[in-house]
Ligand binder design. Structure first.
Ligand code: ARG
Length: 467
């Protein structure tokens, strides 16, 4: 300016940067949440309709005003759904965008909607409703994934494969049994989802700014209208807390972590070296330079999305840590983490369901690998305990010598002759050969929850009725 004073409305050379109109523009950019919280429009309108209806029922606002408010809100919902709504960043968030539009549509009655309410309980109700719906979607998606696994498990209840510990061949298992391990994991994820729904199923509306309100509202009525079990019991907690969002992210992180282990197994199994599965073209890509390649991109991306989902949990935990009660604007940072994690998780579950349903199981390769690496050594030791009466520790020792002998001859345990086995322990009988095949090995493991095809079928049947 000519007199040398700073015009705060124009860009400041030192710190204004790209913010053409100075501090106002910076404030608007850091403060506004409309860019992401417009995703809550349907919940916001539902919450407002429930609130206005209750206000009229309690005689706090007039019936005519309520009717105008409800009609106006429904018109706004249609405008937003059909893409004919102009969101304004100047109006900060979804709540004020909707309310300002309502004022344009219905005039002064719009101003009565915010009676006995604050944006603090409003945002809490919108976000709880959204997270609840997302948890219900997650529940359905996980059920679909579990069903895919049950189908593959049924198909492959007898297919033998190597079971691993330390990624070293351990004992033969059935592919069906391996599939059922994931059913158990995703089944617990579903339980966690359901618990999370139970925990958040309380209505925040009516907590107002933080202390409740002097108006004679009926919070049970809005709870019923919005499908919540009951109203929350402490207004300060209601506007302060985001543990429902944290719990969603925690549940999502654990489920994603399960998905990432499956993703990693798919990556390993689909290598030419393992060759246990062939991915469908739909869930793999070719290389632009190496014509022979088929890459498990979808599995790799599921593995990577897990990092992103876990990151969202840590980010929100860190935002919430140490925040004094009640509402602070920090909490506006809750939504993007949840939205991003939800989108990633939905995609990861869908990709995994597709991959599991489409992949070809190469039973020949699995069986050949199951028999290598002395995978039936434990069965040999168990035979010596059962049939020759050896203590398990001694049997373990004798078996170790048999493995060493087979190794030195470059053959499998079942290829050793009876004489060779008897040279290691005189009590060995021909019957031992019955337990050295992989089929005999898996069939013998009939203990509850074990890998025998009969057990696997029993567990599949249990899950089918449980679903
Ligand atoms: N956009 C805000 C949020 O997401 C809404 C609540 C604002 N409340 C307030 N007192 N400024 O948290």
């Amino acid at each position: 300016m000519a007199d040398g004073t700073q015009d705060t409305k124009s860009s400041n050379q030192m710190w204004g940067g790209r913010f053409a109109s100075g501090p106002d523009a910076i404030m608007e950019e850091i403060n506004a949440s409309i860019g992401f919280d417009k995703k809550l429009f349907a919940q916001d309108i539902r919450g407002s309709i429930a609130h206005a209806t209750m206000l009229a029922h309690q005689g706090i606002i007039a019936e005519e005003d309520k009717t105008k408010i409800v009609e106006g809100l429904e018109a706004i919902r249609t405008e937003i759904e059909s893409g004919n709504f102009e969101f304004s960043r100047r109006l900060e968030d979804i709540h004020m965008n909707v309310e300002a539009r309502l004022a344009t549509l219905i005039g002064t009655a719009a101003g009565r909607l915010h009676t006995a309410r604050s944006r603090n309980d409003q945002v809490a109700v919108d976000f709880r409703l959204w997270v609840k719906e997302e948890l219900q979607r997650t529940d359905r998606a996980l059920t679909g994934l579990i069903e895919a696994f049950l189908d593959r498990a049924e198909e492959h209840a007898e297919t033998v494969m190597p079971g691993f510990t330390h990624l070293q061949t351990a004992q033969p298992v059935t592919f069906g049994h391996h599939c059922m391990a994931y059913v158990e994991m995703f089944g617990r994820d579903r339980q966690r989802v359901r618990h999370a729904i139970e925990h958040l199923d309380q209505n925040p509306l009516g907590a107002a700014a933080l202390a409740g309100t002097g108006f004679p509202i009926d919070r049970h009525m809005t709870a019923r209208a919005l499908g919540f079990r009951e109203p929350t019991r402490n207004s300060i907690d209601t506007v302060s807390d985001r543990d429902f969002a944290l719990e969603f992210l925690a549940v999502a992180s654990i489920a994603a972590t399960h998905l990432s282990r499956l993703a990693e197994e798919i990556v390993i199994w689909s290598t030419p070296q393992f060759g246990f599965i062939r991915l469908s073209d739909a869930f793999s890509t070719g290389s632009s330079i190496m014509p022979q390649k088929k890459n498990p991109d979808a599995a790799e991306l599921v593995r990577a999305k897990t990092g992103r989902i876990n990151g969202s949990l840590i980010a929100l935990l860190t935002v919430m840590k140490g925040l004094p009660l009640a509402y602070s604007k920090d909490m506006q940072e809750d939504k993007e983490q949840v939205f991003d994690a939800a989108e990633s998780l939905e995609l990861a579950i869908a990709a995994m369901t597709g991959m599991m349903r489409d992949m070809t199981i190469r039973t020949d390769r699995m069986k050949a690998a199951a028999g290598s690496g002395y995978s039936t050594a434990t069965d040999l030791a168990d035979w010596l305990v059962r049939e020759a009466g050896l203590p398990f520790r001694d049997a373990h020792h004798v078996t170790g010598r048999a493995v060493a002998l087979a190794e030195s001859k470059g053959c499998e345990l079942a290829d050793l002759s009876l004489e060779e086995l008897q040279s290691i322990h005189p009590d060995v009988k021909a019957g031992i050969f019955d337990v050295l095949t992989v089929e005999a090995s898996v069939a013998s493991r009939k203990s509850f929850g074990g890998t025998a095809p009969s057990q696997v079928r029993e567990q599949i049947a249990w899950w089918r009725t449980a679903l």
